[in-house]
Design a protein around this ligand. Structure first.
Ligand code: NAP
Length: 308
């Protein structure tokens, strides 16, 4: 099969850090165009809007949509209507219903829609899933605490409605948890802390359970300075499992049992190419559904204003 002619839309931080190197290293792709209001990619045709790009470059087979989630649906709908396969950055959209609509559109047109969850491709995630599938889990704690000023400087969209606030990183943890647990979980309570001048939370404390009464709690906080924490700790019959550094390392009872070099985005692009070749889609909405449930069930606390 000849390479997939790819275009990228929304040229910002994640495109430069991850998408461009992953695509350049994968012979299944030929990057032929980009669309962004301000950003450009060297050496290819650049356009100011996806509409302009789709009408000027009919050879495009697939698009990667990397703008903030509030603006993803409009671009995805245009791409699918033009007959292109679509790779959605995480989170796949601003609402569950709009992503369900995209899924139906892709199915109708026989196109691939990929709702990507990069953290699921962190090096030790599959090893954690295997470990948990063969033991009894008594309790699980998710600790996702980072410094928003360091990781998201000047990203206004992230604080606006639909930008998800602390759930922008928190949904990465949820994408791992929903992948490694053997049974579906659901939220029983949540407290969301909103800065008084923002429309998205800066912290969230959430409890979950499952049909067997699992004790699961998640603590997301964007006010963490110093050491950053992206850890999932489980008390199991096989010992204490610690999946740390965002899924990079797995330890059991303090002994490192799995670590490998990080290659989340190369793996995402391998998956997308395989889906396109197989004529299939992959749209798992579980992580976004938990975020929606937290907004639906959660208590709201207003906390001190946040300024960059
Ligand atoms: P970003 O740099 O702030 O935004 C990406 C680009 O989207 C911007 O450079 C901008 O390009 C375009 N954009 C911004 N506002 C827009 C609007 N109103 N309408 C249309 N386009 C707009 O953000 P990012 O960090 O790359 O994140 C983008 C997505 O990737 C998010 O969903 C995020 O969760 C996900 N992601 C980010 C990271 C990370 O480390 N940053 C990691 C994994 C996933 P133009 O101004 O040129 O249009």
């Amino acid at each position: 099969m000849s390479p997939i002619n790819l275009a990228i839309v929304g040229v910002g931080k994640i495109v430069r850090d991850q998408h461009l190197p992953a695509v350049a290293a994968n012979p299944d792709y030929r990057l032929i165009a980009a669309a962004s209001r301000n950003g450009t990619v060297d050496g290819i045709d650049n356009f100011r809007s996806i509409e302009e790009m789709l009408s000027a470059v009919p050879a495009i087979d697939a698009v990667s949509l990397c703008m903030p989630p509030q603006y993803r649906y409009a671009a995805a709908e245009k791409a699918l209507a033009a007959g292109k396969h679509v790779f959605l950055e995480k989170p796949p959209g601003a609402t569950l219903s709009e992503v369900a609509d995209l899924e139906a559109l892709a199915a109708e047109k026989g196109l691939t829609l990929f709702a990507s969850w990069h953290s699921r491709y962190a090096p030790a995630v599959e090893a954690a899933k295997t470990l948990l599938s063969g033991t009894t889990i008594r309790a699980m704690r998710v600790i996702w605490k980072e410094d928003v000023r360091h990781w998201h400087p000047n990203q206004e969209w992230i604080w606006q409605a639909g930008g998800l606030g602390v759930f922008d990183p928190g949904i990465n943890a949820l994408s791992i948890v929903t992948h490694i647990l053997p049974r579906p979980v659901f939220i029983t309570a949540a407290t969301l802390e909103f800065p008084e001048n923002r429309d998205a939370p800066i912290a969230a404390a959430i409890t979950f359970t499952d049909a067997r009464g699992l004790d699961l709690a998640a603590d997301f906080d964007w006010r963490q300075t110093g050491k950053q924490s992206w850890d999932i700790v489980a008390e199991t019959d096989a010992g204490e499992m610690v999946l740390s550094e965002g899924g990079a390392k797995l330890s059991v009872d303090g002994r490192l049992v799995h670590a490998a070099p990080e290659r989340e985005y190369p793996a995402l692009y391998e998956r997308f190419a395989a889906l396109v070749k197989a004529g299939r889609s992959d749209v798992d909405l579980a992580p976004l559904r938990h975020v929606a449930d937290a907004f639906m069930l959660g208590r709201r606390k207003f906390v001190e204003a946040f300024h960059d």
